[in-house]
Design a protein around this ligand. Structure first.
Ligand SMILES: Nc1nc2c(ncn2[C@@H]2O[C@H](COP(=O)(O)OP(=O)(O)OP(=O)(O)O)[C@@H](O)[C@H]2O)c(=O)[nH]1
Length: 319
């Protein structure tokens, strides 16, 4: 990959992103918070909470709403999608998390067939549970875990990876439901024999905590908020801003741009032309109608965002 002169970075790129008058209040649809109450009820039956979040945003958007339940039980933070994250500053992140009281952290890639860190989860969780008092549940002799996190961070993928690795069979055997647990979290999946450990097979979906427009934009970039609520055009612009800020210039060659640019209209136009995403529109002129070809900016924005989410524009750390 070509190295672009850092002078370019200093002189031509925006140093701050103009978020305008955007309102984040509607970026998380209210109905998604509905599950929280249900989740709180089932948390009482849980010995360890596995919170999963996107490794590209270890701080942004994590929801502390369940924290009161955490006081009495161990908590493991899984930073997933590590294959998409720039983990060179891992120690800084672990230190900051520690200062915030988050001590148990594992990085995972749940799509990898055999991820060594996914393998570490059951032994680590066992240590955590056995190292602390199990209020109310001392008599049961079985451990129950719950996976929680904001949308699209890989909760289901983690559950599948745990099943794949620990059950050594394609499909998990289901164990009977318990009265008093809502239907949505009725099913438990065994993930370990010694000690007997179950996982509630329906993960808890938390609404992301969107404390600022920038947090919202990072969450959107990682696919945690529905794109259309934020707007693909502004997500694409924030992506361009972020790639330039992080000096991830893979997009320049991918889309034959020649040199980095900070102008999203210019970049999207080049993407559209490169990918053949153009539209023919009729224009009325003084001498009659003519058909002209114009770039499809929306389709180009989609491609740009999708390429980023697949890791094709390089690994990043957005926090
Ligand atoms: N690159 C990468 N992608 C992943 C990883 N884990 C999950 N994904 C992808 O992320 C997307 C979301 O994964 P899910 O497991 O459905 O996430 P979820 O948290 O259960 O999503 P919701 O049901 O929307 O709350 C899917 O496209 C997965 O293939 C990972 O470790 N790396």
């Amino acid at each position: 990959m070509r190295i672009y002169h850092s002078l370019f970075t200093v002189s031509k790129f925006r140093t701050v992103f103009d978020f305008g008058e955007r309102e984040v209040a509607h970026w998380f649809p209210g109905h998604m918070a509905k599950g929280l109450k249900q989740m709180r009820a089932s948390l009482r039956k849980v010995d360890c909470i596995i919170e999963i979040h996107d490794a590209r945003i270890p701080f942004s958007g994590r929801n502390p709403l369940f924290q009161e339940s955490l006081d009495v039980r161990p908590h493991l933070l899984i930073l997933n999608k590590m294959d998409l994250a720039d983990t060179s500053g891992k120690q800084r992140i672990l230190n900051q998390l520690k200062r915030e009281g988050v001590r148990n952290v594992l990085y995972t890639d749940c799509l990898r067939q055999r991820d060594d860190n996914v393998k570490k989860i059951v032994p680590l969780v066992t240590d955590l549970i056995e190292g602390g008092p199990r209020f109310h549940r001392e008599e049961e002799g079985q451990y129950c875990l719950m996976v929680i996190g904001v949308p699209n961070v890989g909760k289901s993928s983690l559950i599948n990876a745990l099943r794949r690795m620990n059950l050594k069979k394609g499909k998990a055997s289901r164990v009977g439901g318990e009265p008093g647990i809502t239907k949505a979290v009725l099913t438990k999946i065994q993930v370990s024999e010694r000690p007997v450990m179950h996982l509630l097979d329906t993960p808890g979906v938390l609404p992301p905590k969107i404390e600022s427009v920038e947090t919202g934009m990072k969450l959107a970039l990682c696919g945690t908020i529905l794109d259309h609520l934020v707007g693909e055009d502004v997500i694409a612009d924030y992506l361009l801003f972020s790639l330039n800020r992080l000096e991830r210039f893979g997009y320049v060659e991918r889309y034959d741009l020649g040199e980095p640019s900070d102008d999203i209209q210019h970049v999207l136009k080049r993407i559209a032309l490169k990918l053949g995403k153009t539209q023919r529109v009729k224009a009325i002129t003084g001498v009659g109608d003519v058909t002209i070809t114009v770039p499809n900016y929306t389709a180009a924005a989609y491609d740009f965002i999708r390429a980023f989410r697949k890791g094709e524009l390089g690994k990043v750390m957005l926090d």
